[in-house]
Design a protein around this ligand. Structure first.
Ligand code: XIL
Length: 375
């Protein structure tokens, strides 16, 4: 009798223990844990997030993401505002956070035509410098940053957005002064500065065949010069219907077939109207905000919420299918309130492009992304 009682009691205890463990397991399931065997799940952090101003948000960042990028802090104008002035305050903080949280840290970005100060291209008399002077400045910039964070930043967007949508080279100041050599030099300096860090080329509209071909050609040109490039980042500033999954998949395969890793960087899905048919993420593209362009000021209708969840599910199914090739999927922000999409391509709109809402609650799209891996 006593033995039976003992068995029953320990049975109840065992059941209780199992269900506690299960609840705990369910509570702990996050983007980071759900995709742990597949690829990193990253987020770009804004200024306040880097300062860890909100402790609830800081724990969400730690629990949900396995990779971090600075949304702005490492761009030339902030990190290196004057020839002999570097400002590492924010970069030091985000790198320390990523290292503490065991998150793969991304250096975004070393060489980009936007958010780079004018002095980089000019001499003391306001005249354009020549290519060797420009390369000298790039080398100093790259060495100083990569040297400081050696072993703590895992991968860099060495060059960002150097191509036009048709795959030709963008006529940026870097290109006007240095020609295509500015790209080769950037990769050469980066490989020397930190031989362990992964080196990437990153761009938007990589779903476009001509642009993707241009990026692959560029990677091949780098390799044929004995230079290292480890992967290509496809920025994912996309919409509910465009680009198509087929277009995205074709580009993933092209990059893979060139022997490179693929990263989906800067993912966000706008739900807002696009009267000008702006594609990609060219900062100079913009249009006027008006009532028609900003229809969800007071909230997102359920039907659109559902469409967003479905779009995220479809995208993550595709990413998961290519998990051998894709090493990271990074969201361009943590929550809707912070997203740059509220101000681009039209200023002052209310967009809903990410997985967490303005109060940091997970949206149906979040569940949809977990659902892809059955979590
Ligand atoms: C954006 C930031 O999100 C904004 O805060 C900033 O005002 C402009 O830049 N492509 C990139 C990112 O590589 O660095 C850009 O980020 C978005 C487009």
């Amino acid at each position: 009798m006593k033995a039976l009682q003992f068995l029953t009691i320990s049975g109840v205890f065992l059941t209780l223990t199992i269900s506690c463990v299960q609840t705990e397991k369910m509570e702990k399931m996050t983007l980071r844990t759900a995709y742990a065997d597949d690829f990193y799940i990253g987020a770009a952090l804004g200024w306040g997030q880097i300062l860890a101003e909100d402790s609830v948000e800081s724990s969400l960042i730690k629990n949900e993401f396995s990779s971090l990028s600075p949304e702005n802090a490492m761009k030339w104008m902030y990190v290196h505002p004057k020839p002999d002035t570097f400002n590492f305050e924010y970069t030091d903080k985000i790198v320390a956070m990523a290292n503490r949280n065991d998150q793969f840290m991304i250096g975004h970005t070393l060489i980009w035509h936007n958010q780079t100060p004018e002095w980089v291209f000019k001499d003391g008399n306001d005249a354009l410098i020549d290519s060797s002077a420009l390369f000298g400045r790039m080398k100093h910039h790259i060495n100083t940053i990569m040297g400081r964070y050696q072993g703590r930043i895992g991968g860099y967007d060495v060059v960002n957005e150097a191509l036009n949508d048709d795959g030709t080279f963008r006529e940026s100041m870097f290109y006007q002064i240095g020609g295509v050599d500015f790209i080769y030099k950037a990769f050469e300096y980066a490989a020397q500065a930190d031989p362990e860090a992964e080196l990437y080329y990153n761009d938007y509209s990589m779903n476009r065949a001509e642009k993707c071909d241009g990026a692959v050609r560029l990677a091949e040109a780098l390799k044929s010069r004995g230079l290292r490039i480890d992967g290509i980042g496809m920025q994912g500033h996309w919409g509910l219907d465009r680009p198509t999954l087929e277009e995205i998949e074709t580009s993933i395969l092209k990059i893979r077939n060139a022997g490179l890793k693929v990263m989906i960087t800067e993912l966000d899905i706008t739900v807002l109207p696009n009267p000008r048919n702006v594609e990609g993420a060219d900062l100079s593209a913009s249009f006027e905000n008006n009532a028609e362009a900003n229809p969800y000021k007071v909230g997102l209708p359920d039907s659109v919420q559902e469409a967003l969840a479905q779009r995220y599910a479809d995208l993550f199914k595709l990413f998961h299918k290519h998990r051998e090739t894709i090493t990271r999927v990074t969201f361009w922000g943590v929550h809707d309130g912070q997203s740059w999409k509220n101000n681009w391509p039209a200023r002052g709109r209310t967009d809903y492009p990410l997985l967490f809402d303005r109060s940091l609650a997970p949206k149906p799209a979040y569940q949809a992304v977990l659902g892809v891996v059955g979590k």
